[in-house]
Ligand binder design. Sequence first.
Ligand code: NAP
Length: 302
Amino acid sequence: MDNCKKKHSIDGHTKIFGLIGNPVGHTLSPVLHNTLAEFYGHNLIYGAFPVTEDPMKAVEGAYALGIGGLNVTVPHKSAVMPALVEIDDFALKIGAVNTLVRVEGKGYKGYNTDMPGLYRAMEQEGIQISGETIVILGAGGAARAVAMMTASKGAARVYVLNRTPGKAQAIVSEIRSFYPECQMTAGSLSDSSRLPDGKFLCIQATSIGMSPNVDRAVIEDPAFYERIHTGFDLVYNPYDTKFMQLVRQAGGRAYNGLNMLLYQGVIAYELWNEMEVGAEAVDRVRQRLKKEMGLSDETAGD
Ligand code: NAP
């Protein structure tokens, strides 16, 4: 048994939170936050708002309506920044916010909980960043933030490999200006066969392998996977990606991005409600997310 409170009803005191983005129909965030509200008996609800026009107006309107806080997703994570009264330092470095916290009488302060979410997910699995050699596949918005996180957490050496190497180079140049002590190198995907000796942690941050294209991995050469001691795929749908299968087949440990998604939401909930979310509540949310994803009982319990 857990200490789940009874389902709350909506009344004149209910605080409203939500997600802005476009599209938002696929989002799991309402399940995540409403499960936490139910668990703790908080009088709040969380909805999804498709924002097809100027996201700055959406932020200003939300503040005027007394919305307690917002998550922000693609394509508005950078576009909303000028509408904020304050931005957390790390979010400024990443150049994107995903969580807005209401500052009464002023507006919203922006945070990025994606990267602390990834870090917390990795910590939970005992995956170390400090002093490690790390290969990041991809150079999109997520890879950029991952690269920033690995540098900030003391990675010894980071390789950013991407189909379009110029985008990897742009990330590396920018991050070097913040963290000159981190040895960061950009390359193309084919450079994966020319990495120096030794094993590494590999973070898969491309969109390859996402449902419905589940039988693809961004690199398929088995020799590459022999080099990976731990593989972390940001993709979580499917639950077991081709990248993860290739890592395991070569003897490494593999994880998907569901816990990253879960913890970015947990950290946002903690910021909004000025509290710490406990392990029992986290487990409850994980079960609900898996159920929502249609996962079987075998995977629902792990
Ligand atoms: P993005 O900005 O669109 O970047 C996409 C990346 O995938 C780029 O590096 C792109 O390479 C690469 N790519 C796309 N098609 C490719 C192909 N055919 N061959 C090789 N590379 C290809 O996307 P993002 O926002 O960074 O997201 C990346 C992934 O992370 C998505 O699957 C997203 O769902 C996942 N994600 C998960 C979480 C979580 O909470 N678990 C959070 C954020 C993101 P080019 O630069 O060459 O185009």
